[in-house]
Design a protein around this ligand. Structure first.
Ligand SMILES: Nc1ncnc2c1ncn2[C@@H]1O[C@H](COP(=O)(O)OP(=O)(O)OP(=O)(O)O)[C@@H](O)[C@H]1O
Length: 316
């Protein structure tokens, strides 16, 4: 196990202002004390419903969101400060892929310029060298060379997402934060893009922080996962811990929401889903404290932790 980045007690609070004097009257606790480690060459999944704080966490890691408190340590450097990120090459090493390729790729730029842009920030290449590098990137994601001089709108959603992946890997990063990278795509295209992401990971020894609302999509991508609700982690563990032995009702609810392809069990699945939803509504008091806040995580075994008031350790 080799640590690439360690996030400790990360908090991002947004002030809410109101009244005549526009005073701060409250805060949105978008991220409220999360800890996790992403290992070299591995994928860490961050899963939760809309509004749970996943994107804010991801954006804080790439430096797009200001951190209220806590630390982000990357290869020994505390990188919550912009100056440190700049001085240590962090901005080159850590890239992001967004969900909506239509708005994240500049519609007025050709593919060659879109992919070359991050390279230009960090390297001085001749036109010829740059073209060669962009071509190589397109090749990696299975896009033809004639894509170079086209514009984003000339591609399908899946192809655009592959261009987004090519752009993210152009600086030879060590970590890519992928925020719902396949959510806007059809199922068959999702599988294609995920395959490319996995191949690239193996080829370059990349780490991913993979953000999604769907535990089904990330099942074969993630080595470790954190389930996020109300800005906190309700459960963390290995893939086996989360999928085979879920402990928190919120995790169970997300698992029951995975659509079943097998038609013969669809009705059964629907009933199970309704039961879990009912359980979730009834058991809020057990799983959240008096203020509705998620409890602190407690260990069940070496890899698995759950946010409950009392936890029986399995002692493994
Ligand atoms: N700039 C901001 N100012 C105030 N509140 C914000 C801001 N950005 C996000 N929030 C709030 O922080 C919370 C977490 O948002 P975030 O986007 O991280 O959630 P998410 O889990 O990624 O959901 P989604 O998948 O919908 O993006 C939400 O309640 C959101 O409304």
């Amino acid at each position: 196990m080799s640590e690439l980045i360690k996030i400790s007690d990360l908090k991002i609070h947004y002030p809410i202002r109101s009244g005549f004097f526009n005073r701060v009257t409250d805060y949105v606790y978008a991220v409220d004390g999360v800890d996790f480690v992403i290992e070299k060459g591995k994928t860490y999944g961050l899963i939760g419903e809309s509004g749970s704080g996943k994107s804010t966490t991801g954006k804080a890691i790439v430096g797009l969101e200001k951190v209220t408190s806590g630390s982000i340590v990357y290869e020994g450097n505390e990188v919550t400060k912009k100056s440190v990120r700049k001085a240590t090459g962090y901005n080159k090493d850590v890239q992001m892929i967004f969900q909506d390729s239509m708005s994240s790729l500049n519609p007025k730029k050709r593919v060659i310029d879109i992919i070359a842009e991050p390279i230009r920030n960090f390297e001085r290449l001749s036109d010829q060298e740059e073209k060669k590098k962009v071509q190589a990137m397109l090749d990696i994601v299975g896009m033809p060379t004639d894509a170079l001089y086209k514009y984003p709108h000339e591609f399908s959603g899946g192809q655009r997402q592959r261009i987004g992946v090519a752009r993210a890997v152009a600086t030879s990063p060590k970590l890519i934060v992928a925020d719902e990278p396949v959510s806007a795509l059809d199922l068959s295209v999702q599988a294609q893009v995920l395959n490319f992401m996995k191949n690239i990971q193996e080829e370059f020894g990349l780490s991913y922080l993979f953000i999604s609302h769907d535990l089904g999509v990330v099942k074969y991508m993630c080595d470790n996962l954190a389930i996020m609700h109300k800005g906190r982690f309700v459960e963390i563990g290995t893939r086996e811990d989360i999928y085979n032995n879920p402990k928190h009702i919120y995790t169970k609810r997300l698992l029951s929401a995975i659509p079943k392809i097998d038609v013969s069990h669809r009705e059964e699945h629907k009933v199970r889903r309704r039961e879990v939803e009912q359980e979730f509504q009834n058991l809020q008091k057990e799983y959240y404290d008096d203020n509705g806040r998620v409890y602190d995580l407690k260990p069940i075994n070496k890899t698995h932790q759950v946010a409950l008031e009392h936890v029986e350790s399995e002692g493994k």
